[in-house]
Design a protein around this ligand. Structure first.
Ligand code: ZN
Length: 142
């Protein structure tokens, strides 16, 4: 666990200055809503040369938007396999399970969401969109 002050700082920073925003050329985005909170996130994912490029745009609460921004940073340059593994570990953390020896890095800033049941959907929204975007992404060249 990160100290709460550090976690808050990371979340606020990503909300203020979201990373990797805007559409990716030639890729269809996946848009998902979280009506309970009013969040909306669109995620674009592509896998040129077997390494992920991920971008997003969205609106909504600090949790959903910082989760999306942190996700793009964590996944950029990863393989699809690594992305799925990280998504599983992030989900476990948000659901209050022990993330194990996960290399979640700054994503640990969102660990506190596990205590806020209503906000879990906010944190997971961009990751659900990512999973769908990955299903659409063309497979890497052989
Ligand atoms: Zn929300």
């Amino acid at each position: 666990m990160l100290p709460e002050a550090v976690a808050k700082q990371i979340i606020a920073d990503h909300q203020r200055r979201p990373r990797h925003t805007g559409a990716l050329d030639g890729v269809a985005g996946v848009t998902l809503d979280n009506p309970g909170c009013g969040d909306q996130v669109t995620v674009w994912a592509d896998v040129p040369q077997g390494r992920l490029a991920v971008t997003f745009s969205g609106k909504g609460c600090a949790i959903s938007q910082s989760s999306a921004s942190l996700m793009t940073v964590a996944l950029t340059g990863k393989t699809v396999e690594e992305a799925h593994a990280l998504a599983r570990q992030f989900r476990a953390m948000v659901m209050g399970e022990e993330p194990g020896d996960a290399h979640l890095g700054d994503l640990l800033a969102l660990a506190g969401v596990s205590r806020l049941h209503a906000r879990r959907k906010c944190a997971l929204l961009p990751w659900r969109a990512l999973e769908q975007a990955l299903e659409q992404a063309p497979p890497p060249p052989p």
